[in-house]
Design a protein around this ligand. Structure first.
Ligand code: ZN
Length: 302
């Protein structure tokens, strides 16, 4: 039977070093989550300025890719060593469940538990002193694996050696809760992705579909495409400004200086709209802008 050995622990806890020595003379394939994360980040095309939501999706994708590779290798009869962070039981459970479902393999996990001293030394060696505080937080975040997660054996690795842990089984409810968290998380992400896909498609369609153009100054309204409106002198997104952001919304006859945008920009105060300060007409304009592009799809009844 092939075997997968997970090695988990905080940054600079000695995972790589341990793998290099402990598995040195064994015929194993070593996979590292770090490589998969780098790949996912690169593929996202965001570079340094990655929004937190994108980063989260990259991490999930990296986890999926790594899991697939583990299963493929096990199926081919290879023994696999996996360097992972795996702080949370729910992340481990996803792996254990998926591997059990696809292949008959032995699963063990090694948890790096260096003493504070050793760990500080590792950090110094790696020249990571500045981030010391956050590394400390890293270790305290680790939920120590429990046999109920489905591993065949769990080991603690410290300067004193490798110790087989025989912790009492947690209650079944622990697994139920963890699996529910995973399902909820998946659903939430799918919903978010679906929403942003629809939003993107709607914004794209605004470039070609006709929609209502309302002049905030004279009250004129016309059902036009962006192109036609532009040719008739309208100042309107998507050509001029952006949907949902304060800017002039005027027909070809009216002037920017009569717009809410102008009023706010020249108020001498911070250019922020405070609804309580607006008159009824401006409030209608502002709410319409905030609701764009949806607010422009159907004619307003007045
Ligand atoms: Zn007008």
């Amino acid at each position: 039977m092939s075997k997968v050995s997970f090695v988990i622990g905080a940054m600079a806890s000695g995972k790589t070093h341990f793998i290099k020595h402990f598995f040195a003379y064994k015929d194993v394939d070593v996979l590292n989550i770090f490589d998969y994360q780098q790949k996912a980040y690169k593929e996202s095309g965001f570079g340094e300025m990655m929004p937190i939501g994108v980063q989260f999706r990259c991490l999930m994708k990296a986890n999926d890719m790594l899991l697939n590779d583990i299963i493929e290798k096990l199926k081919c009869g290879r023994d696999v060593v996996v360097e992972q962070t795996f702080f949370k039981a729910k992340r481990r459970i996803v792996y254990v469940d998926a591997i059990r479902e696809s292949v008959d393999a032995e699963m063990e996990i090694y948890v790096m538990c260096p003493s504070d001293e050793r760990w500080q030394k590792n950090i110094r060696i790696r020249n990571l002193e500045e981030g010391c505080g956050s590394f400390k937080m890293n270790t305290s975040e680790i939920e120590f694996p429990n046999p109920i997660e489905g591993f065949d054996s769990i080991y603690e690795v410290s300067e004193d050696g490798i110790k087989l842990r025989l912790d009492p089984l947690l209650d079944e409810q622990f697994l139920i809760d963890a699996r529910k968290q995973i399902t909820d998380e998946k659903e939430r992400i799918e919903k978010e992705d679906d929403k942003s896909r629809k939003r993107k498609a709607l914004l794209e369609s605004m470039k070609t579909r006709p929609f209502w153009h309302y002049c905030e100054v004279c009250g004129k309204k016309e059902f036009l495409t962006d192109e036609d409106a532009f040719n008739r002198g309208w100042d309107y997104p998507p050509k001029m400004g952006s949907f949902g952001l304060l800017g002039p919304r005027t027909c070809g006859d009216c002037k920017m200086k009569d717009t809410l945008y102008w009023k706010i920009q020249t108020s001498g105060k911070l250019p922020i709209v405070i609804e309580g300060d607006l008159n009824d007409k401006d409030l209608i304009t502002w709410r319409r802008i905030k609701g764009e592009p949806e607010s422009l799809l159907n004619e307003e009844n007045q």
